[in-house]
Write a protein that binds this ligand. Structure first.
Ligand code: R1P
Length: 288
């Protein structure tokens, strides 16, 4: 039995941070960073059945073309993803009355619709990247038993190429779910390796008033190549989404709108339009 301090429930038996009851959730879940993006997604639903929120976690569940979908905001960062993935899994796979893990496992399909900056010249602003792999610089996955999950050879090559400081977490590489990837793929999408950083400024090589531990890290990220893989873009959630989904047994794919190109110094003129395009694309694919 999970103690009250470990599986934390609110007075109405909803899960602590997400403020959701098990019946509020579909097994197909779109996660977005920005709270405002939740309504940008759910406005396409034929009907919205559930609207709940707490802190940065806003959830709408509804139906589109007969399919039940949940859209949920995670806020920024892999620390939030640790909360979101564990609580989504608890909603699906833990009985809140008995506080025991259910005998029958329910698999969730999780699709991130995010924004990101490209670190390769040939990935233009306003394009879409599906993360075949996510490379985590954040360290969240190291707190879980994850033997055999990550490609250590890739990590070793990356650490050597970048002269990665051993004061930083060991970068971990996790693959997307292939079945869900197949469902979301098309020739409108580019495929790549998404670096997930533990911050927006220093960790992503942005220098405002503070000096960086390694000024050349972004250049080395751009020039790194392992077999036929290059790091395509940087954001702040995908590694933990992939890692925790794999460990929990759920399917996950991360789709990102490229709203900046860090090599060319460009930023999208209309990021909302680009994000809307990816929302429509994803909803079409999920309801096909
Ligand atoms: C930083 O501005 C935020 O935007 C990106 C990053 O991953 C980070 O969360 O994604 P979202 O637009 O999905 O939040």
């Amino acid at each position: 039995m999970l103690e009250a301090s470990e599986l934390i429930l609110n007075a109405d038996n909803s899960i602590y941070h997400l403020n959701l009851l098990p019946e509020d959730l579909s097994d197909t879940i779109i996660i977005v960073g920005d709270q405002n993006r939740v309504a940008q997604v759910s406005k396409h639903f034929d009907i919205i059945e559930v609207k709940k929120e707490k802190r940065e976690f806003i959830t709408h569940t509804g139906r589109l073309k007969g399919k039940r979908l949940t859209v949920l905001s995670t806020g920024i960062g892999t620390d939030n993803i640790d909360i979101v993935l564990n609580e989504l899994d608890a909603l699906a796979n833990i009985d809140f009355d008995s506080r025991k893990i259910k005998k029958e496992f329910k698999q969730l399909k999780i699709v991130r619709i995010g924004t990101s900056g490209a670190v390769q010249k040939d990935i233009p602003v306003d394009s879409y990247v599906l993360s075949d792999y996510a490379l985590g610089f954040d360290g969240v996955l190291h707190f879980y038993e994850n033997e055999g999950l990550c490609d250590d050879e890739f990590s070793k090559a990356f650490v050597e190429h970048t002269n990665w400081s051993n004061k930083k977490p060991w970068p971990y590489l996790v693959k997307c779910d292939e079945t869900l990837r197949e469902r979301l793929r098309s020739n409108r999408i580019r495929y790549g390796v998404t670096g997930t950083n533990s911050g927006f400024y220093g960790p992503q090589g942005r220098k405002l008033r503070l000096n960086l531990q390694d000024d050349t890290l972004n250049d080395k990220i751009t020039s790194f190549k392992y077999k036929d893989l290059k790091i395509t873009n940087l954001e702040m959630e995908s590694s933990a989404i992939y890692g925790l989904s794999k460990l929990l047994g759920h399917q996950a794919v991360s789709l990102n709108c490229i709203i900046a190109n860090r090599v060319l110094g460009e930023f999208s003129e209309n990021p909302r339009k680009t994000i809307n395009g990816l929302i429509k694309y994803t909803l079409d694919k999920l309801t096909e």
